[in-house]
Write a protein that binds this ligand. Structure first.
Ligand SMILES: [Zn+2]
Length: 179
């Protein structure tokens, strides 16, 4: 008796036509070999189905949050480093091209630049918080409100957000200039 075609059919039980199914069943009744294959296959299939679903490892959310915090801190460090480098380079350029006298103005320039870093970082943080907030808001609204009203609300929200961010920017800029 030839086993190969039947062995192959065993793995496609779900897609078999009526005729093929009957032929296979008849073969299984008289063939020990294919019967053993069928049993072990359905056994394995059953075990795979009943295996517990992979759950995310405990503390996943906490780790994710920690990574976010680290990421934000690194970004701030990189930005600060970039500004310090820029300051050093411009110090060298100023000294070389305009002479040592201009170095008297450097401390105030450094203060200004460092403040700008703080403001940039703060603005970036505000924007990402705003983005998260809008996402949560939109998710909540899409599930309960008709589309037209939703569109109106999201337009109004983004308009307010733009005004808000602009006013923060303007306010921050003014306080720097005043000092
Ligand atoms: Zn067989």
């Amino acid at each position: 008796m030839k086993h190969p075609p039947f062995e192959a059919l065993l793995f496609e039980m779900d897609q078999l036509g009526d005729e093929e199914r009957i032929v296979l069943k008849n073969h299984l009744r008289e063939c020990e070999h294919c019967n053993a294959v069928a049993t072990s296959w359905s056994d394995l299939e059953g075990k795979m189905r009943s295996a517990p679903q992979m759950a995310p490892a405990a503390g996943f959310t906490e780790r994710f949050r920690e990574r976010l915090v680290v990421h934000k801190r690194r970004r701030q460090e990189r930005l600060t480093l970039a500004v310090i480098l820029a300051i050093l380079i411009s110090l060298i350029i100023v000294t070389v091209f305009f002479g040592v006298e201009l170095l008297a103005f450097v401390p105030s320039a450094i203060t200004f630049l460092l403040k700008s870093v703080n403001d940039l970082v703060r603005l970036g943080g505000l924007l990402s918080i705003l983005g998260d907030f809008a996402l949560v808001l939109i998710e909540g609204i899409t599930q309960s409100l008709p589309a037209g009203l939703m569109l109106a609300i999201s337009t109004a929200t983004s308009g307010l957000a733009i005004i808000w961010v602009f006013s923060i920017y303007k306010f921050g800029y003014k306080t720097i200039r005043r000092e």
